[in-house]
Design a protein around this ligand. Structure first.
Ligand SMILES: [Zn+2]
Length: 515
């Protein structure tokens, strides 16, 4: 059986989703989880694009030991140099070079002739091979390129040393049959094609990303590029979990193998959804909340008598937990640590100690601490903490049906200075957010506000997600607390801290660019 490699680009293409801005801790946690899922390659970012991206790629390359870590690079020496600096500490450094090959991109974007594009591609691959053992080359907008030209440039970059050729459907335009035919065409028209592996990279603009990727596999591709939950630019990328489970359940048809640990799928999906703030629709294949819920009476009856009557995928296959452990007031530090590890999180001793304090506080107010509660606490402790930026000290909100809602907020900045403001609004959340806007002294547009309970019960924790825009920066934030107003305040501050993080990174980039 052929082996199919999974190239995960959640941290590069996925992070390009509108409103997704992950910090270093969050990227590292996702990379560690992708390693547990046993993907073959992790695309950790685009090192030359910003100092923050560079640092994240470097740390991920140095942390991950059992997957190859790669970074994206334009076909210019400065990009390749930055990528090598970021990736050289990796277990198997690999470069992902790209250049556009469609007439529309060559004329309007690159302003280069096809001959110049071939020359630039060959020169970049040769230069990259001085450093990198593995160079993957991508023809951006391959699906709208002229096939004879595509075959010609692919032959040249293989001669120059590329060992993986990626054929991306950058704009999500191709159909499954046409996509398969491109792979066949290259295999029939590029003389040295057997020296390389072929890779698919699909976008979901027409809802065909997964089926196009599967078609590529049927027509000779041995690598697929995809993201967890299908997040990514515009309508997103091909969803890793859907391709993986399709190949597994229909092995009889596809006749291929992968090295993935499918039981980590659900956990990876949850982690990415929580950290990015991108919600998984309940009806989403494989990882949606309802993916295994049988509603019709006839179906329920069938499943009770014999599962396989209506169930082609068992929830256990993708690691949907059948029962969740409950901790309580009397659980000790040891039990907490064990549970955190079982849930797949890596915490330092210091973080465990902090978490234990928060856990005890919560256990005083709430009888059963479920896995979801624990994960919410871990998130607060590990990812939502921007210690160099703003923190909530206290809030006070007055609300009554016959009075104007008023809020008072006290914040602490990274240097420990206190900021206090008060404002009113039409409702309590608005009063709170008007007050916070005053604290930050900048115009903030609230694009989205969502509130959820963590698990069930009257004493459940409240989790708030917001999306904000400040100038040209769009980002999301989240906050958890027992009270909905406190959770709302925390989510807003979390989003604003991300805005300041991005602004600080931009200022740093300008400094680098001008020095
Ligand atoms: Zn893409």
């Amino acid at each position: 059986m052929r082996n199919i490699k999974f190239f995960d680009t959640t941290l590069r293409d996925g992070e390009q989703s509108a409103g997704v801005n992950l910090n270093l801790q969050e990227k590292l946690e996702i990379a560690r989880q992708l390693e547990r899922l046993r993907v073959d390659i992790i695309e950790a970012g685009f090192p030359a694009s910003s100092k923050g991206d560079f640092e994240a790629v470097k740390q991920i390359a140095e942390t991950v030991r059992t997957c190859s870590v790669t970074g994206l690079s334009r076909s210019v020496r400065s990009d390749i140099d930055a990528a090598w600096e970021a990736l050289k500490g990796g277990a198997e450094p690999r470069l992902h070079l790209f250049i556009a090959t469609s007439p529309i991109h060559m004329v309007h974007k690159l302003r280069m002739t096809p001959e110049q594009v071939i020359e630039a591609a060959v020169e970049a691959v040769k230069y990259a091979k001085r450093f990198f053992p593995i160079v993957q080359w991508s023809a951006e907008d391959a699906c709208r390129s002229e096939l004879p030209f595509l075959a010609k440039i692919v032959a040249e970059v293989i001669k120059a040393g590329a060992s993986v050729i990626n054929i991306p459907d950058t704009v999500g335009y191709i159909t499954p049959k046409e996509y398969g035919e491109i792979f066949l065409y290259l295999q029939n028209n590029v003389p040295n094609i057997e020296n390389v592996s072929l890779s698919a990279h699909c976008h979901d603009d027409l809802g065909m990303a997964v089926v196009n990727s599967l078609s590529a596999i049927e027509h000779g591709a041995t690598q697929v590029e995809c993201t967890i939950n299908g997040i990514g630019e515009r309508a997103g990328n091909a969803a890793l979990e859907e391709i993986a489970v399709a190949l597994h359940i229909r092995k009889d048809y596809y006749q291929v193998e992968t090295r993935l640990n499918l039981q980590e799928i659900k956990r990876t999906s949850n982690l990415v959804s929580k950290l990015t703030g991108v919600v998984v629709p309940p009806n989403k294949a494989v990882v949606g909340k309802n993916a295994f819920a049988h509603e019709s009476g006839i179906h329920q009856d069938g499943v009770l008598k014999e599962k396989t009557t209506y169930e082609i995928i068992s929830p256990e296959l993708v690691g949907v937990p059948s029962n969740s452990m409950v901790l309580g007031k009397h659980s000790g530090r040891h039990a907490l640590r064990n549970r955190v590890e079982e849930l797949g999180y890596t915490l330092s001793d210091e973080e465990i100690n902090q978490l234990f304090v928060r856990f005890k506080e919560l256990a005083d107010k709430k009888k059963d601490i479920t896995d979801d509660d624990l994960i919410a606490l871990i998130f607060e402790e590990k990812f939502d903490h921007f210690k160099d930026f703003y923190q909530l000290s206290s809030i006070q909100v007055q609300y009554g049906t016959n009075q104007i809602p008023t809020a008072v907020v006290v914040l602490k900045d990274g240097k420990g200075n206190e900021i206090q403001e008060a404002a009113t609004g039409a409702g309590s959340v608005e009063a709170l957010y008007n007050t916070l806007e005053r604290c930050f002294q900048t115009e903030v547009t609230l694009l989205d506000y969502r509130i959820e309970s963590v698990g069930g019960g009257r004493d459940a924790l409240a989790q708030v997600f917001v999306k904000v825009r400040v100038h040209d920066i769009e980002t999301s934030g989240r906050g958890t607390a027992q009270d909905v107003l406190e959770a709302s305040a925390k989510a807003y501050i979390n989003a604003m801290n991300r805005v300041f993080m991005i602004e600080a990174m931009r200022a740093e980039n300008e400094k680098v660019a001008t020095s």
